[in-house]
Design a protein around this ligand. Structure first.
Ligand SMILES: Nc1ncnc2c1ncn2[C@@H]1O[C@H](COP(=O)(O)OP(=O)(O)OP(=O)(O)O)[C@@H](O)[C@H]1O
Ligand SMILES: [Mg+2]
Length: 149
């Protein structure tokens, strides 16, 4: 299984987010977009998602893993949940790492789009996928609803 990012970077981003203080090694990392639920930071070719509620990242990750297992073409190649120890030391926060995926401006292939909509349960809106060479790739699995096979 491919690992995305590192625990060291996940910890650095988590503490920058929590404290507003730049990490010595990474420097200040601008969020590449604040979603409703999560704040997303890009480090090289990886994004780290810092949750505001505990269930979002584990759900996203599990749904991604299952979509990959099924061979769905709209699933990103890999993702990793990094357990980051919170301040009080009695709880891990699940920070989600996945590849940074940039929309390349191509228009989505209608068949690929219809396939993604059908396989993902129809709830994925335009802010939660990118299009690369005509293929939609879902970047936020919180609204994905996989049906039993
Ligand atoms: N893998 C990625 N590559 C590039 N940009 C990303 C990636 N994941 C997220 N983003 C950017 O960050 C934004 C927020 O991410 P995401 O949708 O995962 O968070 P969220 O809080 O669950 O969002 P929502 O607003 O849908 O609840 C995305 O709309 C997108 O602009
Ligand atoms: Mg989203």
């Amino acid at each position: 299984m491919t690992t995305v990012g590192t625990l060291e970077d996940a910890v650095a981003i988590y503490y920058q987010h929590a404290d507003g203080i730049a990490d010595d090694r990474l420097g200040w990392v601008e969020s590449c977009n604040a979603g409703e639920d999560r704040t997303v930071y890009r480090v090289g070719d990886v994004v780290y998602k810092i949750p505001s509620r505990p269930t979002a990242n584990p759900y996203d990750h599990r749904a991604q893993e299952e979509a990959r297992r099924r061979g769905y073409r709209w699933a990103p190649a890999a993702s990793t949940l990094w357990p980051v120890r919170d301040y009080l030391g009695d709880e891990d926060v699940a920070v989600l790492a996945m590849p940074y995926l940039e929309d390349d401006g191509t228009s989505p292939d209608p068949d690929s789009m219809a396939e993604m909509k059908a396989q993902s349960g129809g709830g994925v809106d335009g802010t939660n996928y990118v299009v690369i060479s005509g293929q939609p790739i879902v970047i936020d699995f919180c609204t994905v609803r996989l049906r039993p096979e």
